[in-house]
Design a protein around this ligand. Sequence first.
Ligand code: 5GP
Ligand code: MG
Length: 183
Amino acid sequence: MSMMRIVNSQPEPSILITKEEIAVAVRRVAAEVKRDYQGELPLLLGILKGSFMFMADLIRQLDFPLEVDFVRLSSYGSEKESSGKIKIVQGLHSGVKGREVLVIEDIVDTGLTVSFFMNYLRKKKPASLKLCALTNKPSRRQAPVAIDYLGFTVPNRFLVGYGLDFNERFRNLPDICVLEGEG
Ligand code: 5GP
Ligand code: MG
């Protein structure tokens, strides 16, 4: 029963944004993306792991030709605070030069991760480069980031669910939640 105790000692998530509210936001963002990219064969580039669920829901609302790729960056490790040191753990398989590139991110917090990655991509000379983020935590910003398409502005709380994890748990929750007892 030691396994049971470990599971029960985890903090409890409580809902901040419901799956219905997420679905509405995803449809709104998808309509904006469609308006701007239809006929352009954009490359949607997701930042793993957190963006996988948002990407999956977003592209199912985009009924025109597009391509999808993912990169994996590391900044957090298993901690809640950004280290500011970003590494590309799993790189790009698609050519970016001359492409209409739309980066898909789960959350812009300090902004260090995405500003690093946008600068890295810009050097590869895409035709255009924009950012689509599910959530934005502007109170924590350290590096300036322009978000072109946004789902939600969120308070300075640690979020889990809908792809977002705490120590790799809670990614499977359908709603965006905060952890109880979290300060
Ligand atoms: P930044 O570099 O903007 O501080 O953080 C970027 C990454 O940190 C995000 O892509 C996300 O993976 C992680 N992160 C930032 N805030 C949160 C949060 O509230 N919850 C979770 N699960 N991850 C977060
Ligand atoms: Mg992320």
